[in-house]
Design a binder for this molecule. Sequence first.
Ligand code: SF4
Length: 469
Amino acid sequence: MDTYSPVHGGLAWCFDAEVLQRHDKAGPRYTSYPTAPHFHDGFGERQLADALAASNGEGKALSLYVHVPFCSSPCFYCGCNRVITRDRSRGQAYVARVLAEADLLASHVDPRREVIQLHLGGGTPNFLTRDALVELVGGLRRRFTFSSSPSRDFSIELDPRFIDHNDVALLAELGFNRASLGIQDFDPAVQVAINRVQGVGQTLDILQACRDYGMRSVNVDLIYGLPGQTPQGFGRTLQQVLALRPDRLAVYGYAHLPHVFRAQRQIDEAQLPAPEQKLALLGLAVQQLMAAGYQYIGMDHFALPEEDLSLAQRAGQLHRNFMGYTTHADTDLLGLGVSAISNVGASYSQNPRDLPSWEAAVDAGLMPVWRGLQLDPDDVLRAEIIQQLMCHGEADVAAVCAARGEHFDTYFADALPRLAALQADGLAEVIEGRVRVTEQGRPLLRLLAMCFDRYLSQSAPVAQYSLAI
Ligand code: SF4
């Protein structure tokens, strides 16, 4: 039996490879509940305007997410919404439209509401030229009230292959205090297999530059389960990365879904690690990160014990949304750009996923809502439980039910057999109405959340989801 145990604090890890493989199945990552496939086109611009108007009364702070879809070269493992082009002038036109969309949104937002969180994701946000970045951030500042609180989080995803020290200096000047660097694996054979060749020195130099220019936190993304990956090569990558002690690491499992993501058809399936090899790669990462003193946050994320995510988790204040884990729980999220998702009050709304449709809506002067969802009371109750599980590995289901005059056993009668199956194999515990993932079950956290997902039991839209491991 392969088991991996924690060395340091935070949520613990210890898993049995055979049990995990037996239970592993496809499911959502729960950056929202209900998940995006359940959004519908009955929720449009008018519903978003209503949600914004209602939310002003609550006066919550704002999070802004801007999706920058462009990339210079296609990574074969990619499952993101992106457009491959080398024409960087497209970024300028894109920024102009994002700001036009910001005008439309801002006209519905009380200007006293401060932006406490800004995230540029993609795609590749550093595809934008310096001028375009200045225009984008300056334009958003003119349309919204940016917070100057030291706890504000202004973050950006960076492709280290296409950035230099001057770019990092500019980002710091623009107010970015967090960066996330895509690495995946430094093994040259893996880099060729995924069409993403990037030097170790160049990458670590950018990580250090982010620190030198005052960013308070740097995240690194790695992926296990890539074609040609070996424990030796991945172990070396982990050592090289850990030598610079990034504040956060995300270690994602590669989800091979070539029927959903065209780019993945370029991957030679014969080169993909077998399930037990994939688990061994995960175990290697967990061992090395725990030994290096990182705290496990949840769903592939690790952080140094003194990092904000770790502090928030220990204080019970961690939150999860479309941008991943965050310390800013009580905000409304406004998504700008193609495919971006907003979460305003008890509603979700998503922009069109294809660039021409998003452009056409913005050019017509419309908030470009493609689809969305107004949560009903049952959605809200389940969302609260799933949020607790994803952030803290446990949920006080009885208390959440009781607060709404419901009883765990009757309200979740359908979930009990699914919970019992996880309990039988030691992956979960239910004690006095509290549901908790065990150390062994931690890699399958999403399976525990799935027990409370009404939509999964109504239908089986699993083809679009990845396996838990
Ligand atoms: S993985 Fe990132 S950089 Fe690579 S194609 Fe996808 S979005 Fe672009």
